[in-house]
Design a protein around this ligand. Structure first.
Ligand SMILES: *Cc1c(COP(=O)(O)O)cnc(C)c1O
Length: 803
């Protein structure tokens, strides 16, 4: 890498990291500080060091080199990374397939892996590591015992492929197809095609479809062995006929003198084309036709490929929120057209990614396509959609247009979906999987329904206790008390709540990534995540001098000033916080620095719900009030003061100060609130069991009569407490409460439904909700609602219901 060495030589490494969030074996890792449009990796060197990395490739000489770290100083860290990978590749003898093309790269790669893994030691690039950074990282994974490397190369502008070719040094080329994805960087299709073919410069063989004239011409310039397939007679592999039957297609083929046919479990054009590349590859690798035939039949649509999922209200959804270029859109619409269940057809579509200058044209084409394929409804998301699709020529298409995905989600409840085939398609940045989640809410599993209108109602209820000038902070810690953090946060943002609070930095990051931009307080920040605090604009609680000093030093080191903090005062909880006696010193310290600025001071009440402790609560409140006065006098500026949790909002108006912190009450965890969470499961099996038999583990569930037993799909791993075994817990179905019989298992629970002979498999069972309150379940389990709510495991699907 022509690097200048600073520090010890003789370090060994096996792993390369360019992102400190993805370091698994720090002692064996070399960290490349890459400079990209979005960030400068040099800012993360300290973070990597803290994780245990000691070897760094940098382009900026460190001002204060860390004593036991070794730096390799180079002119350009990305180039160095690429050089290293190319050197690694040149030492290996294995066959390497270099795949490029506009669409289908990842699918062909994954399919080749599935088809050949029995015989080959394959290393393939992870998901879509196909860029200037991803390719060297992929190539680095090739090992001495690898027999076949399958590496994807993606480019977005001229000049990039040459660099990738040098790193991959493919022995076999595979060109999937030329579409118009990422056209923006190129003057013309021809230029793009020529650039892509640079990957194949030194390949011994090339697999390519040559039905297109431009591609055929390009392929003829290839110097190695051309393994082209097409309908033309002169092709290496000739496709003479294709017949569709049900969900499969049988293709008649000829290679040399051999005529044969292969049945593929697909009918859509893109899958057939991708599969044909694989057939050609297997033939080239010497596989016999019987093996090829057998294995091709096993191929499946990959997850990211098109498939129907059952959705709400008898809808079906095709989730293709993976890319949104025009070519793949056409394919998806074709698929919808072919595979439709004769329902109403709806397309939910984000802005197209189109070449500059062709925008209007493409949207016009889209409109024509929608009409031609008899699409009934378009739900468009994004400014482009709004601009160009507002006046669709065909009035037969119902059109709903939104500026962004959040706007659609907010309106979601008002849009009626029923008996529809829905195609969901859009760029990744639109996060359409959030829409898919709402649509796919299924009935045949255990779900936790979150009723957003009940949340709004509860919010209103608690607001009614506070003066209009008092602000509201909502606690969304612990995954929003189990009900979902981002969803709740977005609802709060929508409802004009002023502040959010989370327990840990990671929880705050989740909110930011979900597009939540309100201020977020973090109760418990680990100094290791200070960088993230700053990066995601989160505001820490400061609770001790130790913590405060660490934070101050970090700010000074980073040159940060005016970072918002929240001072925690301990008035009796004795968990975190400054003692009231420490406040004068704290005030002195805070007033003599510029790095931190106090946004608020707060305390936590320990028994605000308990009338028997009201004296203590008053004591806490007055101690806090005094502390705030001291702090404010010394600081010379004002800040928000807050003390009240849910119970204090309704019981202690004197504790409201400038802001209150609403938690459990919002989520319906206190008696008198509308239930927000409804946990539902389904019956998996119904059995008739004789008196004298036992049900479940340990034989504790002894039956005293001939019984009907229903097994339901929920257990302690889902958060249904095991101490509800043997008749303690009850669930509700067919208008009755029925007891748990035997022990609650990990994934299942048995109910005694002898009184309900009509019970059948698939019946919906309420674990808690309208008929059995969550308070009731907590009572049976001898705990508090908080624990039941937050204990519902992440594998239980959350479904958000509005209205
Ligand atoms: C959790 C929490 C709350 C909310 O308490 P609820 O009883 O759920 O209203 C308020 N303040 C702090 C500091 C908390 O940790």
């Amino acid at each position: 890498m022509n690097a200048q060495l600073l520090g010890d030589s003789g370090h060994e490494f096996r792993y390369i990291a360019t992102d400190t969030r993805r370091i698994s074996f720090p002692a064996d890792t070399i960290f490349f500080a890459l400079i990209t449009a979005r960030r400068n990796g040099h800012q993360f060197v300290a973070d990597a060091y803290e994780q245990g990395v000691r070897l760094f490739v940098v382009s900026e000489t460190p001002d204060a080199p860390i004593a036991d770290a070794t730096y390799l100083i180079v002119g350009n860290t990305l180039q160095a990374l690429q050089q290293l990978a190319a050197w690694h590749r040149s030492r290996l003898q294995c066959e390497v397939v270099g795949i490029t093309g506009s669409n289908g790269k990842t699918i062909v790669k994954e399919w080749l892996f599935e088809l050949l893994a029995q015989e080959e030691q394959i290393v393939r690039s992870p998901k879509s590591f196909n860029s200037q950074i991803g390719v060297p990282l992929s190539v680095w994974m090739l090992q001495r015992n690898t027999t076949l490397g399958i590496i994807e190369a993606g480019i977005s502008q001229p000049g990039e492929m040459q660099a990738l070719q040098k790193i991959i040094q493919p022995t076999i080329g595979l060109f999937t197809m030329l579409g118009d994805a990422h056209n923006t960087g190129f003057h013309s299709m021809q230029q793009k095609l020529e650039e892509k073919f640079l990957l194949f410069e030194n390949c011994a063989a090339l697999i390519v479809r040559t039905d297109d004239e431009a591609i055929k011409k390009m392929a003829q310039t290839f110097k190695g062995k051309l393994l082209n397939w097409s309908r033309h007679e002169d092709a290496w592999l000739r496709v003479s006929n294709a017949t569709e039957q049900g969900a499969s297609t049988t293709v008649e083929l000829q290679q040399g003198d051999t005529v044969f046919s292969i049945t593929l479990p697909f009918i859509d054009r893109a899958s057939l084309e991708n599969a044909m590349h694989c057939v050609a590859f297997m033939l080239h690798r010497g596989y016999d036709i019987v093996t090829i035939q057998a294995r091709m039949q096993q191929l499946q649509h990959l997850d990211m490929r098109l498939q129907w999922n059952k959705a709400i209200n008898d809808c079906y959804i095709l989730n293709d929120s993976y890319s949104n270029d025009f070519t793949s859109l056409i394919q998806a619409i074709e698929y919808l057209h072919h595979q439709s269940r004769n329902n109403k057809r709806t397309i939910i579509l984000s802005d197209l990614s189109v070449a500059t200058g062709e925008t209007k044209q493409q949207y016009k084409q889209l409109a024509a396509l929608l009409t031609e394929k008899h699409i009934d409804r378009l739900i468009g998301i994004g400014p482009g959609m709004k601009k160009y699709m507002a006046e669709l020529p065909a009035s037969s298409i119902e059109t709903l247009l939104f500026d962004n995905t959040n706007e659609l989600l907010q309106e979601f409840a008002a849009i009626r979906f029923s008996h529809e085939d829905i195609l969901l398609k859009g760029g990744r940045n639109f996060e359409l999987e959030r829409v898919a989640r709402l649509l796919e809410a299924q009935q045949h599993q255990t779900v936790l329904e979150i009723h957003l209108s009940a949340i709004a109602h509860n919010l209103q209820y608690y607001r009614s206790f506070i003066q209009p000038s008092v602000k509201l902070m909502v606690m969304v810690k612990a995954f929003g008390y189990g009900s979902g953090d981002a969803e709740i946060a977005r609802a709060m943002q929508f409802n004009g709540v002023e502040y959010l609070a989370v327990a840990y930095v990671d929880e705050g990051i989740t909110l930011r990534k979900a597009g939540v931009h309100m201020p977020v307080m973090v109760l418990n920040t680990d100094p290791a995540s200070f960088n993230a605090l700053e990066q995601y604009n989160l505001e820490p609680e400061v609770y001790s001098f130790d913590f405060l000093q660490t934070l101050l030093q970090w700010c000074r080191h980073k040159g940060i000033s005016n970072m918002p903090i929240h001072v925690k005062v301990d008035t009796g909880m004795h968990r975190l916080g400054f003692d009231t006696a420490e406040i004068p010193d704290l005030a002195q310290l805070l007033s003599s620095q510029q790095e931190l600025v106090v946004k608020s001071a707060f305390t936590h009440l320990v028994a605000s719900e308990d009338a028997g402790e009201d004296d203590f609560t008053r004591q806490q409140v007055s101690a806090f009030s005094e502390a705030c006065t001291t702090l404010q006098q010394t600081l010379g500026y004002s800040f928000l003061r807050h003390a009240a949790n849910t119970a204090a909002i309704s019981r202690h108006a004197h504790a409201h100060f400038d802001m209150v912190r609403l938690g459990v009450g919002l989520y319906g965890g206190l008696a008198g609130q509308l239930p927000v969470m409804k946990l539902k499961t389904t019956v998996a099996q119904v059995k008739r069991v004789k008196a004298g038999e036992t049900v479940g583990y340990g034989r504790s569930g002894l039956l005293h009569r001939d019984s009907i037993i229903a097994t339901v799909r929920i257990g302690y791993a889902d958060g249904y407490p095991r101490n509800l075994s043997n008749g303690i817990g009850h669930m509700y179905l067919h208008g009755r409460q029925v007891p748990v019989v035997g022990k609650v298992c990990m994934d299942m629970t048995m109910l005694d439904v002898t009184e309900i002979p009509q019970v059948k498999v698939g019946d919906i069972v309420e674990v808690f909700g309208d008929h059995i309150g969550i308070q009731q379940v907590a009572g049976w389990s001898q705990t508090i609602t908080y624990e039941i709510m937050t204990g519902i495991s992440q594998r239980v699907k959350r479904v958000y219901i509005d209205g």
